[in-house]
Design a binder for this molecule. Structure first.
Ligand code: ADP
Ligand code: MG
Length: 588
């Protein structure tokens, strides 16, 4: 993917060249089908492979595009160049409705819901008189430009493949943008992205609709290619087959869509001829062969066939050329001594367990407050209550004078609170730089279209410059082009801190940042924390390394079994007999 990215013009130019090659018309005919299928599969790559949302219902959206143009051109004699947009609008609306209803479902419910959707649309198409019931609609015209007939052959090939390559280019660019990084993060869960101020549901919906629109374009093309539409091409079986193509080709890669569509189309044809000869009777035996092949691919080549090719395509480091980019704007920080966080009697019950029992404390601007206590004391739960990751059983949290309890974590994050997680949350197959840039999401504005068209370059440079700056500040600038998943535990934690800093927080919450760090890295971390405090950032620190805690904290809050044991300066806490007892387990 990375090598090919830089040859888009060549790829576009290849299409007319292939079209004039002296090859049999039958091959062009096959390539046309492959292009049509690949368009739909491309949407599935984005939806299922990248965003992790499995859909068996993609064929139904192909159907909406196809039936819309068929009915409108046949009955109202509207130009197909207009019906394309009507089809897109209808598909967009249906996809939006389906997405809003189903995308909140978790686990296996989404795939099941897409099956239900695929089935119901199939029966709708098959039972409406106006749509010709199961016979469908016949006698469509081929596409034409003026008096030039695009037909079913070479001109159609040029149109379809140019559209396919343009879509691939758009998606490829999109995935490499502010929005794309969010879409790539969806697969690994939404908690981290939400804590960076990102509305993940919105991006799931957007991804779903984009994939459906691409299917709709394929349907529009297919209707005029076959010059007839009938429900069987848009039913559940076809929905499964599209998913199958994407998975076999490589559902995580843009080119997997083309490889999968090509392979399955060709295999399908061969098997339909070959299998009856081998077995002696005719029947849909190819389905069985496909089933076996799918299991084999999933077992031995889970990233699809494209991953075999991708191995030979070198990965290219991002060019470091954003040094001239302007700084992102920064939020105004509270004045030193101003009250930043007020935690009032917050409580969390998990069933019968009171994990956090009416805890109260405050943080003032320019303070580093340590939250300490034995394992299971409720420190992480307190973090989750403050940042909105968990809902409060009772109590109030105020941030910079505003009550934030009850708000979703992304809203709290947008107000200037950033955090890390006790168990590192990252996107392993994105680079360190890209992971960290996610933290600066709320400071950017460029959306889907800008990402696709590449008009977001200036902002991208700003985001990456900020990400690099924070990585360097935390001491791991040299790792920025590594895949995050390849990092050792210590650097992973540092990466999370850099990501949180990218959000330009007024309050930074760090959950055990020094776990897994070497001595030198800990010293570096202590320096950075002090420097941040001097810049006016307040910090809430959960940490087991008492040296670090005593070194950097201005104030300590001690928890035990969910309750507030005591609070005070590091000196006071070190002297406290109750704290000693809690840590050493002696009676008090
Ligand atoms: P700490 O971070 O201080 O080690 P935690 O906040 O992680 O402690 O946990 C406090 C208590 O709450 C523990 O007894 C833990 O088992 C329990 N707990 C934490 N999260 C959950 C949860 N999601 N469901 C049920 N119990 C939980
Ligand atoms: Mg914890």
């Amino acid at each position: 993917m990375s090598l090919l990215r830089f040859k888009w013009p060549a790829l576009f130019a290849l299409v007319p060249v292939v079209a004039v090659l002296p090859m049999p018309d039958f091959w062009i005919f096959q390539l046309n089908y492959i292009g049509l299928y690949a368009l739909t599969c491309l949407g599935l790559v984005l939806l299922t492979g990248v965003a992790g949302l499995t859909s068996f219902g993609q064929a139904a959206f192909v159907g909406i595009g196809a039936y819309t143009t068929a009915w409108l051109t046949l009955n109202l004699d509207i130009s197909p160049w207009l019906t394309l947009f009507v089809g897109l609008a209808l598909t967009g609306i249906s996809a939006l409705v389906v997405a809003l209803i189903t995308l909140r479902m978790s686990g296996h419910y989404l795939p099941l819901a897409t099956i239900a959707w695929g089935l119901s649309l199939y029966y709708l198409m098959g039972n409406l008189d106006a749509l010709g019931k199961y016979d469908g609609l016949l006698g469509l015209k081929s596409l034409s430009i003026g008096s030039f007939d695009i037909g079913q052959g070479r001109p159609f090939f040029v149109l379809t493949w140019l559209l396919l390559i343009a879509s691939a280019m758009g998606f490829d660019r999109l995935l490499d943008s502010r929005v794309g990084r969010v879409i790539r993060s969806l697969k690994t869960g939404t908690q981290m992205a939400e804590a960076m101020g990102i509305n993940t549901f919105r991006y799931k919906v957007i991804t779903f609709v984009m994939a459906a629109l691409l299917a709709s374009v394929a349907g529009w093309l297919m209707a005029h290619f076959q010059r007839t539409v009938n429900p069987s091409a848009f039913g559940l079986k076809m929905g499964i087959e599209y998913l199958f193509m994407a998975v076999v080709g490589g559902v995580g890669h843009i080119w997997g869509a083309v490889v999968g569509a090509g392979l399955i189309k060709l295999l399908d044809d061969q098997l339909q001829v070959l299998l009856p000869k081998l077995i002696g009777t005719s029947g849909s035996y190819e389905v069985i062969v496909f089933g076996i092949a799918l299991v084999m691919v999933l077992k031995y080549l889970p990233d699809g066939l494209w991953s075999l090719v991708a191995r030979w395509v070198p990965r290219r480091d991002r060019e470091v050329n954003w040094s001239a980019a302007a700084h992102l704007s920064e939020r105004s920080k509270p004045a030193r001594g101003e009250l930043v966080l007020e935690v009032q009697d917050i409580r969390k019950q998990f069933g019968g367990l009171v994990a956090v029992n009416d805890i109260r404390f405050q943080i003032k601007a320019g303070q580093i407050v340590g939250l300490i206590g034995p394992n299971g004391a409720g420190k992480s739960t307190t973090f989750n209550l403050i940042t909105g990751v968990l809902s409060l059983t009772s109590g109030v949290v105020r941030f910079r004078g505003e009550t934030i309890s009850g708000l979703p974590s992304r809203e709290i994050a947008r107000r200037g609170m950033a955090r890390t997680f006790q168990h590192v949350k990252m996107i392993p197959d994105m680079t360190v730089l890209e992971n960290v840039a996610l933290g600066a999401y709320s400071r950017g504005h460029q959306g889907v279209l800008a990402g696709m068209l590449g008009t977001n370059a200036r902002e991208e440079q700003q985001l990456f410059k900020e990400a690099q700056r924070q990585l360097e500040r935390i001491g791991i600038g040299h790792l920025m082009h590594e895949l995050a998943g390849n990092l050792a535990m210590g650097p992973q934690r540092l990466m999370e801190i850099a990501r949180a800093l990218c959000a330009d927080p007024a309050l930074l919450l760090l959950d055990e940042p020094a776990a897994g760090l070497r001595h030198k890295e800990k010293q570096g971390l202590a320096d950075v924390l002090r420097q941040l405090r001097d810049e006016g950032v307040s910090i809430l620190l959960v940490e087991h390394d008492m040296d670090l805690v005593m070194q950097v904290c201005d104030h300590l809050v001690v928890m035990e079994f969910g309750t507030l044991l005591t609070e005070g300066t590091p000196e006071e806490i070190q002297q406290s007999p109750v704290v000693r007892a809690a840590y050493l387990g002696t009676e008090h």
